[in-house]
Design a protein around this ligand. Structure first.
Ligand code: ADP
Ligand code: NI
Length: 288
């Protein structure tokens, strides 16, 4: 899964038009700068698709592609408009080094990205920005970084490129898609779907929801077992249902952009309705 791209990868024929350029129609009409950027984006897309081919549906290529589209959409609502190439590449690469999927043999992010970050269409400052943005994208990373060294969460407060990717990633964790991703990750991590109450000996797994706990993804490298995803969540949090209170219901208050906040409010309500419906189903089951 962890294949480091080579310069040969970067010269293979493009896979499909990029989101950033909107797939401009006739090659001859593009400047060489546009062509270079498009080639870079297409190679990046191909690399990420290949790299994530073995990931479960909660963190697969489709998640990355949605985050990429949404990040660009959000970026275009910001003033000033952030660097769209940085936004698109950071979105494409944002889950390559996810600690839940990392193993002791995984290459570092900068090693993985080296061929892209030294591409002639990317200035060194843009490459540096991408490398800085990625570790700050995730909700969990933000909480951990702010807690560990609060004074280091400085540039992140005003970086439009980061905000576009953060909000896009967070929107994909809530609402209908979020509910499905939570179930998908829980299967991968061998988590139960529902919180079990004391009476759950029925085997239906429909006990009462207690919530609480911290995010299930925080163990150190050394604690990894055969399945790193399972190892990272074992013993922390009880179920997919519990993850709503652990994290998903808190996300709307951590959005960075007006667009993201408005969309997160709508998606939050979808989750609240879903949880109410779950309670109703539980009540029907528990009624004598
Ligand atoms: P972040 O790093 O931004 O917090 P993650 O990659 O950890 O995001 O999570 C992405 C999605 O994966 C979550 O929104 C959720 O659907 C699922 N997920 C992550 N951790 C858990 C968990 N412990 N239990 C259930 N689902 C989880
Ligand atoms: Ni993500």
């Amino acid at each position: 899964m962890h294949v480091i791209p080579t310069s040969k990868d970067l010269s293979r024929a493009p896979a499909r038009p990029s989101v950033h350029t909107g797939g401009m129609s006739i090659i001859g009409e593009k400047s060489s700068e546009d062509r270079g950027r498009q080639e870079l984006l297409e190679c990046a897309e191909r690399f990420v698709r290949d790299h994530m081919a073995g990931y479960d549906p909660s963190h697969d290529w489709h998640h990355v592609h949605r985050v990429r589209k949404m990040a660009i959409r959000i970026a275009k609502t910001l003033t000033p408009i952030p660097d769209l190439l940085v936004v698109e590449l950071a979105a494409l690469f944002h889950d390559l080094d996810d600690h839940k999927y990392r193993t002791s043999t995984s290459p570092t992010l900068s090693t993985l990205l080296q061929p892209f970050l030294t591409h002639p269409s990317l200035a060194p400052e843009q490459a540096g920005m991408i490398l800085k943005i990625i570790p700050s994208v995730s909700y969990t990373a933000e909480i951990k970084l702010q807690k560990a060294i609060p004074t280091q969460w400085i540039w992140q407060a005003t970086c439009g490129e980061l905000h576009a990717v953060q909000d896009a990633d967070r929107l994909d964790a809530v609402g209908s898609i979020g509910i499905m991703r939570c179930a998908a990750f829980s299967c991968k991590a061998n988590r139960k779907l529902l919180e079990e109450g004391p009476e759950s000996g029925s085997g239906l797994g429909l006990g009462s929801r207690s919530g609480a706990g911290i995010d299930g993804a925080g163990k150190e490298e050394g604690e990894m077992q055969k399945d790193p995803v399972k190892a990272k969540v074992d013993g922390k949090g009880q179920s997919a249902e519990g993850h709503f209170e652990e994290k998903l219901l808190l996300i709307k208050d951590r959005m960075k952009t007006d667009f993201g906040r408005a969309e997160a409010e709508r998606r939050h309500q979808t989750m609240v309705d879903f949880l109410s419906s779950l309670e109703r189903e539980r009540a029907v089951l528990d009624a004598e």
